[in-house]
Design a protein around this ligand. Structure first.
Ligand SMILES: Nc1ncnc2c1ncn2[C@@H]1O[C@H](COP(=O)(O)OP(=O)(O)OP(=O)(O)O)[C@@H](O)[C@H]1O
Ligand SMILES: [Mg+2]
Length: 277
């Protein structure tokens, strides 16, 4: 079953009303845990269109199959990667993906916290964003997050696709808990994971001090940051020193935890930690 909902984006459009009046009635028979995840994802993505897309129309497509539920939310605005690139002063639009994946990435910090895309992409089995000729792929069934450049003609705006199995056992609360550091008494969003391969040079290298500084942008907003070295073959001495000694000294409230390191990377980290300066 497929339902298409097209709406103007104006002062009257509110994500909770769209959910309650147009989408929720289609999901009467789904288990509560899935319903909760759908409500979170759909309202967050519609809110993004209202608050960030700078466009005047939105379409929401709901597909309910025997096995899964899928939402496709499309706007005709400025484009998510383009917007984040411009506002954060990044060199290329695809660099916005690493920033969004870190979490707490927002272009409007007075009114937003940068959680919507992060948590939605950790709840749904499949989560895609297509914008400005770039396809970002995430979701729980994929071992790692990735992006590709699309050959198709670039379409304006942003398309978000979210798909969840009707058998999913995911609980929204567990996903929030997973990103709360063990020492966080406020139960907030205080822990995250930076998959370094999204920011690495070709050949899986992270070499320089400047690269380390770019990778660690906004790490200080968390009390625990897992640095995932999956796919990284080589780290440079400058990179290791900046991440594991300099950052540690200058940011005592953020713990950096390396993961998926090779033996060579471990040696470099050890060298940085024991450096005598
Ligand atoms: N449809 C969109 N069009 C243009 N830019 C977008 C769109 N969706 C998201 N963005 C950009 O991506 C950023 C991250 O979005 P995300 O939903 O993760 O956080 P947020 O909306 O800023 O904060 P929160 O979701 O916690 O309210 C936004 O700040 C905005 O710059
Ligand atoms: Mg948002």
């Amino acid at each position: 079953m497929r339902t298409n909902i097209a709406l103007p984006v104006n002062d009257c459009l509110a994500e909770d009303i769209v959910w309650k009046e147009k989408v929720a009635p289609l999901l009467r028979d789904v288990p509560l845990n899935i319903y909760d995840v759908c409500e979170y994802g759909v309202t967050e993505m519609i809110n993004n269109v209202i608050d960030h897309s700078e466009c005047d129309k939105i379409s929401v497509q709901v597909t309910i199959d025997d096995d899964y539920i899928e939402f496709k939310i499309k706007d005709y605005g400025i484009g998510v990667f383009n917007k984040v690139q411009k506002k954060l002063g990044l060199e290329y639009p695809h660099e916005a993906i690493f920033e969004i994946v870190k979490g707490k990435c927002t272009t409007d910090p007075t009114r937003h916290t940068g959680e919507g895309i992060f948590f939605t992409s950790h709840m749904f089995d499949q989560f895609f964003i297509l914008s400005g000729g770039i396809r970002f792929v995430a979701g729980t069934i994929f071992e790692e997050k990735s992006y590709t450049f699309e050959n198709r003609d670039r379409i304006g705006g942003t398309v978000v696709v979210m798909r969840i199995s009707k058998e999913s056992k995911v609980e929204k609360k567990d996903v929030f808990d997973k990103f709360t550091a063990s020492n966080d008494d406020d139960f907030g969003f205080s822990k995250t994971c930076f998959p370094i391969n999204l920011a690495a040079q070709e050949g899986g290298k992270v070499i320089s001090r400047s690269q380390a500084k770019r990778i660690l942008v906004r790490a200080d907003k968390f009390s625990e940051v897992i640095l995932d070295f999956k796919g990284i073959e080589e780290i440079g001495q400058g990179f290791a020193d900046e991440v594991f000694r300099v950052f540690k000294l200058t940011h005592p409230n953020t713990r950096i935890i390396p993961m998926n390191t090779t033996e060579d990377i471990d040696k470099m980290i050890k060298r940085a930690l024991t450096a005598n300066v």
